[in-house]
Write a protein of this length. Structure first.
Lengths: 320, 205
């Protein structure tokens, strides 16, 4: 083993030394803000049953999990996400009321070798469970915008999409191939897809303009006038209403072509971007049916920051 | 400024010709020597790289846009980009090829398939619900059946002349390949106008 004396496994991230204080500062500010607003900090276990993640069909491949077989002969994984275990916690404690949880910790997802990606991610986030609809969305979005000053990044943008809009659209189009085309924003494939189907005129125009339907709030106003389907219109109006009610909305942008990163998203979806990070620095969304798995019907919404990406973006932003 | 990575070789020539046709200033590219990064007067910064490296640069946000063949995209595990435009150049296709006898041959063992594109080969047979052994070859994949290493090959076919010269035939066409314009997801958000401007110009008939 002598030759491995100084090596670390490829899965590990490099030890963080220079920026620990920055990371802790961000954490401290976030924690302060979360706790002040009634979010209870929870330290979650590092190990979870693989079946918990699989049964809930969250859209993370099993091959991304670090797994082993435990003494029961059951597969156990290192935590790959906080939302699912927190949903379980809520249900197993038989909670009935609104609950606000926040968490700080790592999640582990296997990445391909030699791609310069690490398999450990520092996350900080919240889950607001039991508060549905507009009021819940508003509280969550306000908190997101409040956290902006904690992150120390100068350039940042928060983007909102709608899983409701996406799911209704998938239902209308009713062809599996559409999902992949939209995910890839493939303008060429979209054109031939539309040409090979007999959609009515308004749907045709909608599909052709959808890949570009992102940017400031004007995108929503334009699209609202263009769609005819009542449910699509409703989904857009929800976003507009939030926008109009929220203070400090300068950073808010919208993307109607956003597809759900987690399969469990049902309502608004959130993403945070820095021009200095090739990956989103924040992800979130409403997930009102996740707890059906525990035979419960509880609305919920949450978001999480990826602090590792934020640290990298901070470094690059300073250099620039 | 949009940063672009272009696949070296055949795709580089075709993409540069297309950009020139669409009115982009390609002089600095035509007269390049050994420089690795070149800026044009249209505000494009270009690097030239091997196909898989184009994906790596895009993944890390080093470039905003990549020009790369569908063959590379199909064989890569990295899928986190927008594949926005089919340039309709560099057209060829993936195919299963072998000696004619292969068609009627009944195998009493696992078939052996040689390919440079192991993921494409695996997906193809998986979809046919067949279990095969895949052997990776880096080039001249036709050698597989010729030297008796494999029963068939999965490869990209342009004219089919190499196959023909070695007595091999196309058993089945798998999927089309052409050059794609891919875009980093975060770049699209911050450089919307510039990127759609490039798309419009490339699309313009």
């Amino acid at each position: 083993m002598e030759e491995f004396k100084y090596l670390i496994p490829e899965e590990s991230i490099d030890a963080i030394m220079d920026n620990v204080s920055v990371l802790r500062d961000i954490e401290k500010d976030l924690r302060h803000l979360f706790v002040e607003r009634g979010y209870l900090e929870v330290l979650m276990p590092s190990f979870e049953y693989v079946d918990l993640y699989n049964d809930m069909d969250i859209g993370i491949d099993e091959e991304k999990m670090f797994q082993y077989v435990n003494y029961e002969g059951k597969r156990v994984a290192l935590r790959v996400d906080f939302t699912v275990p927190l949903a379980r916690l809520y249900c197993s404690q038989n909670e009935k009321d609104e609950k606000r949880y926040c968490y700080f910790g790592k999640v582990y997802r296997k990445e391909k070798r030699h791609k310069g990606r690490s398999s450990e991610f520092f996350q900080a986030g919240v889950e607001l469970i039991g508060k549905g609809g507009f009021a819940g969305d508003l509280e969550c979005l306000e908190l997101v915008l409040k956290t902006m000053t904690c992150l120390k990044l100068k350039h940042i943008r928060i983007e909102m999409g709608s899983a409701k809009f996406y799911r209704r659209l998938v239902e209308i189009v009713d062809d599996e191939r559409f999902i992949d085309i939209l995910k890839r924003r493939d303008l060429s494939a979209m054109k031939s897809f539309v040409e090979s189907h007999h959609f009515d005129q308004s749907i045709q125009t909608l599909l052709m303009t959808l890949p570009q339907a992102f940017g400031d709030v004007q995108v929503l106003y334009d699209m609202k006038n263009r769609v005819e389907d009542i449910l699509l219109k409703e989904a857009i109006e929800e976003l507009i209403e939030l926008y109009e009610k929220i203070p400090h909305r300068e950073l808010l942008t919208f993307d109607l072509a956003m597809t759900p990163m987690m399969k469990y998203y049902t309502g608004i979806m959130l993403k945070g971007y820095s021009p200095y990070s090739a990956q989103p620095i924040m992800n979130g969304g409403r997930y009102d049916h996740l707890m059906n798995h525990f035979d419960r019907e509880v609305p919920a919404i949450g978001f999480s920051y990826d602090l590792s990406h934020i640290l990298k973006a901070l470094e690059k932003e300073e250099e620039a | 400024m949009i940063k672009i990575a272009i696949t070296k070789g055949r795709i580089e020539k075709q993409v540069c010709r297309l950009l020139a046709e669409k009115g982009f200033d390609m002089e600095p590219i035509i007269h390049k020597n050994r420089e690795l990064m070149i800026e044009t007067s249209d505000g494009l910064s270009m690097i030239f790289a091997k196909a898989n490296d184009v994906l790596t640069f895009l993944e890390h946000g080093i470039v905003d846009v990549g020009f790369v063949g569908k063959d590379t995209l199909k064989d890569s595990d990295f899928q986190d980009y927008y594949e926005m435009l089919d340039l309709n150049i560099g057209k060829c296709y993936f195919a299963l090829a072998a000696y004619p006898e292969y068609r009627d041959k009944v195998f009493k063992r696992r078939q052996r398939i040689a390919s440079k594109y192991t993921k494409v080969a695996k997906d193809y047979f998986h979809q046919k619900q067949q279990d095969v052994e895949i052997i990776k070859l880096e080039g001249s994949v036709e050698l597989g059946p010729v030297v008796g290493l494999s029963d068939a090959i999965v490869d990209i076919v342009e004219t089919g002349s190499t196959l023909k010269a070695n007595g091999l035939e196309i058993i089945e066409k798998i999927s089309d390949v052409s050059t794609k314009m891919i875009v980093n997801k975060v770049s699209l958000k911050f450089k919307k106008d510039e990127i759609f401007d490039l798309i419009e110009k490339l699309k313009g008939e």
